[in-house]
Design a protein around this ligand. Sequence first.
Ligand SMILES: [Ca+2]
Ligand SMILES: [Ca+2]
Ligand SMILES: [Ca+2]
Length: 472
Amino acid sequence: MNLRFLTIILFLTFQSYALTFKSDGTVVDNDGNLIDQTNQDQSSQNSKGSYNLNFKTNFSIDESYLNNLGDLNNDNIDDFLLSLMVDPSAYGAQFYDIDYETAEQLPRVPSYLVYSSDDGKYSFELLPEETWSKRMWAVEGFKIDDRRFILLGRNGEVGKPEENPGEKIAVIEVNFNKTIPNFVNTFFEEKKTVTAALDTFKSDDGNTYLVISNYNIFSTKPFNVYDSVIYKFDPNDGFSYSNLLPYAKDKNAHNGVRIFDFDNNGQLDFLAAAEIWKTIDFEAKPLSQFPGSYAVLNWLDKNKNLIIRLEPRFEFDHAGFDLNVLDINDQKYFIETSSQFLGHLSKDVFKNSALSIYKMNQVENYGTLNISQTFDLGLIRATQSKTFFYDFDKDGKDEIFINNYLKNRNYFDLIDNTWKEVPLEYSLISNSRNQMITSVLLENKDENCAVLASTYLYQKNKTVKLHISDCL
Ligand SMILES: [Ca+2]
Ligand SMILES: [Ca+2]
Ligand SMILES: [Ca+2]
């Protein structure tokens, strides 16, 4: 099937859903709110030091996503990955209506390593074509000794759940000639999966493990595209199955996973942002006994597991997307983004969006922490919304920042024991039409500042424009 034909089919498929494609290239939802546009506003609102990068492709891009990779080329400035996606659900249409064959026919589209270069600006390099993906937002950079790698969680959701073909996760090894990248090796897992989230950790014996959430609980290998797996990764031999099967909550989709020792007891802990399972019919009956995100202390030692449940902001409609722990003056806070999940066949699959904050206190095993404070993020949905922690006001304690936003980008600051929203002063990509922005915060440790790279989450364009702010 050629692309134009496919586009027409997809277009027709979407007509019956909540969004309308207008002749001027704009897309509006049922309430007439403008969601997207074909012709981007070229006007520039650059302030001193900020600039744009343009990524031209041969594909019509539906979505884009930015992931911080840490400092890969050792100049104390964070590098990042721009991943482009094709996906009907970018426009609110149901990916569930795309069958296996159509999903297989969707093109794989480029990703770019965006790296800090000698001239003090960001440059970019196209990833090897074999690693391009239809749809990828789960990405991480990691190091083994002096070698640098990029882990690509290829293929999020495309197609009906039972027909999603998946893609193989990949690891690219990258060398640098001064700051300029050279992709020297690529490793693939043999089996295709549907990767929602990932993280890496090192064991005490120095081995590197890759934790790949394909939504469901952990399995020894991906028997099914949805089975999550923990791999051991060898820098010379690539992937092998670790056979680690630590606890994860059954009948929940794991949209976000993080593994680190957040209580500083020397044992790795697990943070899971979880989405309730519902029946795939118009009733959308809950299948999860306990909806909500959760943490597991001492994750790799089942005898010492301590499970902390987090009160789900949206109760039996709860879909957590990111969960992290922030430590302020020895008080730890769980920070979660979430949406209300109405059901696969609902007119709006997701609606509403929240940032919820929980004070981590001593809890009994299987105890539930109540929400301490919650904010409405003002997004149509919080899918792929992640949090960053950074000391924006340079007072010695970190604030919370969300990567996705519509009108106001704010950070959340703890002032007199209460979290408050504070406007953020970075220059942004021009957004005269209130498109959904996605961004990534990038630290420059030499200059003790950070830049904000921003672009449109929903693109519908062949040229993707990225705005880099000045370093504040
Ligand atoms: Ca760098
Ligand atoms: Ca721990
Ligand atoms: Ca601060």
